[in-house]
Design a protein. Structure first.
Length: 97
């Protein structure tokens, strides 16, 4: 917690604002959605219809049954990769649909 008269750099101020207003998870999910292609690669990103995040669960809607099956086998790896990229455990579970 910061003191009222403490000087923060811009990054710290933004992080403090997001945390105190309950927006940190939403901001992290926007980062994940924005980086989805870089994280997962172009073939998977091209077959991703929708990403949705709710209560620690990342819902990934995949158009191709083949990719859906492959990703279902890698859910823990996907979760760990995303959390490592974000820098904290924001994603508790990945569900492939």
């Amino acid at each position: 917690m910061y003191k009222k008269d403490e000087i923060l750099n811009l990054g710290e101020a933004i992080a403090f604002f997001l945390e105190t207003h309950g927006l940190r998870d939403q901001a992290d999910m926007r980062r994940i959605i924005g980086q989805w292609e870089n994280l997962m690669g172009k073939p998977i990103a091209n077959n991703t219809e929708k990403l949705h995040f709710s209560e620690g669960i990342l819902w990934v809607h995949i158009s191709s049954p083949i990719w859906r099956n492959e990703l279902s086998l890698c859910k823990l790896k996907i979760r760990d990769m995303i959390n490592r990229q974000i820098g904290r455990d924001v994603v508790k579970e990945v569900r492939i649909m």
